[in-house]
Ligand binder design. Structure first.
Ligand code: IVH
Length: 677
């Protein structure tokens, strides 16, 4: 047979197998019997054995994936993966349309209405039609390289082919990975049969599967990918609408969601939303709402972005499901910083497909506000479809033996007195590191994924090590290698897990300053603040020595957080721990300040008297967005903010034709970019 004929036959078999895979794994409607499928598979294999030099890159016969990874690499997205604003009812939806249409006067606006798939956003990178990379959304700027796992997803083209179109040199496709409902049930049944943990919902199952370091495990999970956008295409695809883009993608072998509508009015969008709410139980996949997008790509461009969200799209969420249940008890949990949080233990109840048995009540104030008693009937929902919350307490159904709840006077873990520091609403255990709860939480936080990322330590080891008294504080983690014999004595921990732990600890020493700052668990310093501190101060020493005023120059850091940071680095115990950590060999490269800020390199001038905010505040906001604030107006000035009684600088700006903003306009602009006073 001619090579061309062999290739044609291989391609045909690959395509037929892919179609059957889709029917089986995604639609759960096998289109042929297992033995017919095997026959096709063997036919392809035989052909490949005969012509090994013609084997196609995307053949399903090659074992997908490779070796298990130690951890995922972090990659920066060339085009950030943004989030969507939300609307929750018809009024919000119509307001969204008004905002859109006001910015596009005298233009017909069509809306592309899609399912909001409840999975995980990923980005796929194809070069000359070959799948090169798959990356998770991560924080939108940076995600994890999950190429190995992505390649195991059966309904996703590893090589693009199209009868009609030429293959782009570069194509970056965005979409959602999820496990269809049927596959989810099958997976959970298999997990249960093996005695493995079952998953609470398809989303968790998809997330867990995609984060498997071993691609063979990911390959065994019924993951599916649905495309919903094109981030980049070179040469340009020439398409003009969202609707066409998705159909164009299907011609290269991508699956798209099972419903999509093109609406000419926002009223029609509302009707489709109501229709899909009815059809939701019959869909093959879980959805948590609809996504409404302006259909015309040019109009999308005109609308642009507001902060981290497109103005041309919004999510129209389905209302949260609500369920009624009984409060069986209220416990007090002690957190990493000693805060006591009341947690209501509920009679387990199904809310939107997930069993809820605990719900946090935040603080004693919330208990009073809700007037919640043990044995009360409560209605619960999942906020943002995730976190369970008490909607209300049905006091009229309260039984006579219901029990009122009070703040305990001593810590339920270490018996130290509970205090409510002045000016605070939260109760704390005063035991500090003496309290096991605080120690274990500090360790869990320190080793967590976004902090030092020491896999396995938090979930499997932390408690045993604490009981063995091997971890008095987080710096002891880096001394654990000296206790190999003791570690081997820990129940169920063999040579391999001990070695893995020691390797993971060693591997964590090379980190970033931002992660290290976050890992320290300073009150008020979350992941974002830690990153900003790292960018502002560049070295740990500079941060340790910073005073309140210097700290407050960091975007995100106000009076209170600045004080907590100063307090942290003054406490003798913390100084010792940080020194021990550094002595153990933790290191990082000097952070690079982010360059992709919206006002990067622009020069701004403030003049006149501002009334709503101080000059310092205005300066900080501008700096946070990457602008410089200059004292004089020149032709290089981007914009002048003019307060009351502005004088010569305003005149000069007007003469040079430079943009001038009033204080109110400036505040509104800052708002749009997420900067508030
Ligand atoms: S478009 C800039 N379309 O929703 C717009 N997103 O809150 C980017 N999602 O992270 C998103 N279905 O994971 C878009 N049909 C759909 C979607 C969808 C689900 C998710 C996606 C994203 C999140 C945004």
């Amino acid at each position: 047979m001619e090579p061309a004929a062999v290739i044609a036959q291989m391609r045909q078999l690959i395509q037929i197998i892919a179609q059957h895979n889709h029917a089986y794994y995604v639609m759960d409607q096998p289109s042929i019997t297992d033995s017919e499928y095997d026959q096709l598979f063997h036919q392809l294999k035989a052909l490949e054995a005969e012509h090994p030099d013609l084997v196609q890159a995307d053949t399903p016969t090659l074992r997908v994936g490779g070796k298990a990874l130690a951890k995922f690499e972090t990659l920066t997205h060339a085009v950030p993966m943004l989030s969507l604003g939300n609307v929750f009812n018809q009024d919000d939806l119509f307001a969204f349309a008004r905002r859109v249409e006001e910015r596009l006067p005298n233009q017909q606006v069509n809306y592309d209405v899609e399912l909001k798939l409840d999975g995980l956003a990923i980005s796929l990178w194809y070069e000359r039609g070959v799948l090169i990379r798959g990356v998770t959304r991560g924080d939108g700027e940076m995600g994890e390289d999950i190429t190995q796992n992505v390649k195991t997803i059966r309904n996703l083209p590893k090589v693009l082919s199209s009868a009609k179109h030429t293959i782009p040199d570069l194509l970056e496709v965005r979409g959602e990975v999820l496990i269809p409902k049927s596959g989810f049930e099958r997976l959970n049944a298999e997990q249960a049969a093996k005695g493995d943990k079952t998953f609470a919902n398809p989303r968790n199952a998809a997330a867990g599967s995609l984060r498997q370091l071993d691609p063979e495990i990911a390959a065994s999970r019924p993951l599916a990918f649905y495309a919903y956008g094109i981030a980049q295409c070179q040469p340009h695809h020439g398409l003009t609408t969202m609707h066409d883009s998705l159909h164009w993608l299907t011609q290269f072998g991508f699956s798209i969601a099972e419903r999509q509508f093109l609406c000419q009015t926002i009223q029609e969008v509302q009707q489709r939303y109501e229709q899909i709410q009815q059809e939701r139980p019959n869909l093959a996949v879980e959805i948590d709402g609809m996504v409404i997008k302006v259909d015309d790509l040019k109009q999308q461009q005109q609308l642009g972005f507001l902060s981290r969200e497109p103005r041309w799209a919004t999510a129209y969420k389905f209302p949260a499901e609500i369920a009624l249940t009984t409060v069986e008890n209220i416990d007090w949990q002690v957190g990493r910083t000693g805060i006591l949080t009341p947690v209501a233990r509920l009679k387990p109840v199904l809310v939107g497909g997930v069993t809820v048995s605990n719900v946090t009540l935040h603080n004693i104030g919330e208990i009073h506000r809700l007037d919640i008693h043990i044995k009360d009937q409560v209605s619960v929902y999942r906020s943002g479809d995730v976190i369970p919350k008490v909607e209300r307490v049905w006091a009229n159904m309260r039984p006579e033996d219901a029990i009122a709840v009070y703040l305990p006077s001593t810590c339920p873990v270490c018996d130290s007195p509970v205090v409510i520091p002045e000016g605070e609403a939260l109760a704390r255990c005063s035991g500090g590191l003496y309290c096991a709860a605080q120690r274990i939480e500090a360790i869990r936080h320190f080793v967590s994924r976004k902090a030092m990322d020491i896999e396995g330590l938090g979930d499997r080891w932390a408690e045993s090590l604490l009981h063995l008294n091997l971890l008095k504080d987080v710096s002891d983690i880096y001394q654990l290698h000296q206790h190999r014999a003791t570690l081997l004595g820990v129940e169920k921990m063999g040579e391999k897990s001990v070695q893995n732990l020691i390797d993971a600890i060693e591997g964590s020493k090379k980190t970033t300053l931002a992660r290290f700052i976050y890992a320290l668990g300073i009150r008020g310093v979350g992941e974002t603040t830690a990153r900003m501190l790292a960018n502002t101060f560049q070295t740990l020493d500079a941060l340790r020595q910073a005073n309140m005023d210097e700290l407050k120059k960091t975007p995100d850091v106000g009076d209170i957080t600045a004080e907590w940071i100063v307090d942290f680095f003054q406490a003798q115990h913390n100084i010792e721990v940080v020194d021990r950590l550094l002595a153990a060999g933790i290191e990082w490269d000097v952070p690079i300040a982010p360059s992709r800020q919206p006002f990067n390199g622009e020069s701004w001038v403030l003049t006149g008297t501002l009334s709503e905010l101080t000059r310092d505040q205005a300066t900080q906001m501008l700096q946070a967005l990457g602008a410089r604030v200059s004292g004089s107006v020149s032709s290089k000035t981007k914009c002048v903010v003019a307060g009351e009684k502005a004088g010569s600088k305003l005149e000069k700006a007007e003469k040079l034709g430079i943009a001038v903003l009033s204080e109110a306009e400036f505040i509104a602009l800052m708002h749009e970019h997420g900067q508030t006073i």
